[in-house]
Design a protein around this ligand. Structure first.
Ligand code: HEC
Length: 184
């Protein structure tokens, strides 16, 4: 997602990042590189979930020169270039897979089973055993259902721990992710 402004608070302890079209309950990953006054570079990343988009910040005078108009201006432009306009593709799917946080629970290379969810490479077209004892063929419909209603079919040996991405990913974006998983 584009970050179109960054403002330092008066006490220099907080940074306000302007992100147009931010939505609640989105999982986001933020990577940053900062230079300290002495020129030391700090490079890190962290994950967070957007919980509250109320406009309390507008009344917060910790940020003196916040230009919220600028962010509003960008909203239209960002919407125009939204991913949903582009045709679904595996490349787009790979990007979404990383941006949406799927990588935190699913491996796509190697044989690591250490993550919370099952590895997803090579699963397309195979039979998946489910907790309830039956099996299902991994096809487009099954992957789509796994993303929108993850608790419907639980993979054997795993817990019902995957969040639903209904309303977070568009049909087009899910299509891209399916193409990506198919390509793994
Ligand atoms: C918090 C961890 C978590 C996140 C984030 C997550 N998943 Fe899952 N996922 C799981 C777990 C646990 C399972 C196994 C239980 C089940 O079937 O619901 C699973 C199952 C699946 C399955 C079925 C796999 C199989 O072998 O049959 C697919 C496909 C899948 N996830 C795709 C995704 C995609 C795509 C995303 C990102 C949009 C995602 N997951 C995000 C934890 C997660």
């Amino acid at each position: 997602m584009p970050i179109i402004s960054a403002d330092l608070s008066k006490d220099k302890k907080a940074v306000f990042l302007g992100v147009p079209n931010m939505e609640e309950v989105m999982q986001m990953q933020l990577s940053y590189r900062l230079a300290t006054q002495k020129g030391k570079s700090i490079e890190k990343e962290f994950w967070f979930t957007v919980k509250d988009l109320s406009d309390g910040i507008k009344r917060n005078d910790a940020f003196e020169n916040l230009d919220l108009e600028l962010i509003d201006q960008f909203v239209g432009e960002v919407e125009n270039s939204a991913a949903s306009d582009r045709p679904a593709s595996a490349e787009q799917g790979e990007k979404l897979f990383q941006e949406t946080g799927c990588t935190s629970c699913h491996a796509t290379v190697g044989n690591a089973k250490s993550k919370m969810g099952p590895p997803l490479h090579g699963i397309f077209g195979t039979e998946q055993s489910l907790e309830e004892g039956s099996a299902v063929t991994v096809d487009e419909d099954y992957i789509r259902e796994s993303i929108i209603h993850p608790s419907e079919k639980i993979v054997q040996g795993y817990e019902n721990e995957m969040p639903s991405f209904e309303g977070i990913l568009s049909d087009n974006e899910i299509e891209s992710i399916i193409l990506y998983i198919e390509s793994l």
